[in-house]
Write a protein that binds this ligand. Structure first.
Ligand SMILES: [Zn+2]
Length: 269
């Protein structure tokens, strides 16, 4: 069985001590690809050097987190931080120079949890549109963060991306049924974290969306399905098991379809 974690943060300081154990457990569980997401210029550089550890298993997804872009610091995240607002053009030229070293742009999007919609919608939307256009130029898939901004993100993506010219992956998507339907109709993918075992919104999402549009992720170290233990890539198996149960297919069939989806979206073999 081949498993994939399309979104996590193994460069987080919580993994400093036990990264080899964590990677060992992932390999043992059948995880064949792990995408590590950057959130700002400093984190993107760190991700690029981190994936050097094992190029066949680890892949880079480089991004500009909407909150970091504004120069707001989320509390004690444990990832490299950036001082002040991010200059998008400078980061775009860095990404262009390193074009062959990463397979997706993300995480990017909008967030009205850490920043109020009233005060930041215009700036966040403008940044997001620029980033989407840049991803189209580079022909890279997008990995979207849309906390408390699901409708707004789907709307902007629908305006900016024509004819599904690049794939869109909604990571940890928490939108309601109507916006799930809209995103699915646009051909978006959804990556499902292991806490689907207890989170009914992800169960509903999996019921509603065709398996050809599903992927698996962990968002490690966050969103652990197990209390008192940080999340890790090996736990994508829990997502697969729950998807198989909901879709009433075998675990092998679920894993195999999701692996195919991964290859299709990220152009990997
Ligand atoms: Zn994340």
């Amino acid at each position: 069985m081949k498993l994939v974690d399309v979104h996590c943060h193994l460069n987080h300081e919580l993994f400093k001590e036990d990264i080899d154990t964590i990677l060992g457990r992932a390999r043992k569980s059948g995880v064949k690809a792990i995408l590590i997401s950057g959130v700002n210029p400093e984190a993107n550089k760190q991700v690029l050097s981190f994936v050097e550890k094992d190029h066949s298993l680890l892949k880079a997804s480089l991004g500009i987190y909407p909150i970091d872009a504004l120069g707001i610091q989320p509390d004690g995240v444990g990832l490299p931080s950036h001082k002040g607002p991010i200059d998008l053009e400078t980061e775009f030229s860095f990404l262009e120079k390193n074009n062959t070293k990463f397979i997706a742009i993300g995480e990017v999007g909008m967030d009205f949890h850490w920043a109020s919609k009233e005060e930041t919608y215009e700036r966040q939307a403008e940044n997001f549109r620029k980033i989407i256009r840049f991803a189209i130029k580079l022909k890279k898939p997008l990995v979207i963060h849309s906390r408390k901004a699901e409708e707004e993100c789907v709307q902007i993506l629908s305006e900016e991306i024509k004819e599904q010219e690049i794939p869109v992956v909604n990571h940890c998507f928490s939108g309601g049924k109507e916006v799930i339907r809209k995103a699915a109709a646009l051909g978006h993918y959804f990556s499902i974290p292991p806490n689907i075992v207890k989170a009914s919104n992800f169960q509903t999402l999996v019921k509603m969306v065709d398996i050809h549009q599903l992927l698996t992720e962990t968002d490690s170290p966050w969103l652990s399905p197990i209390k008192e233990q940080k999340n890790e890539p090996a736990f994508v198996m829990k997502s697969i098991e729950k998807i198989a149960e909901i879709k009433q297919i075998s675990i092998e069939a679920a894993a195999s379809q999701i692996w195919k989806n991964y290859q299709k979206v990220f152009g990997t073999s």
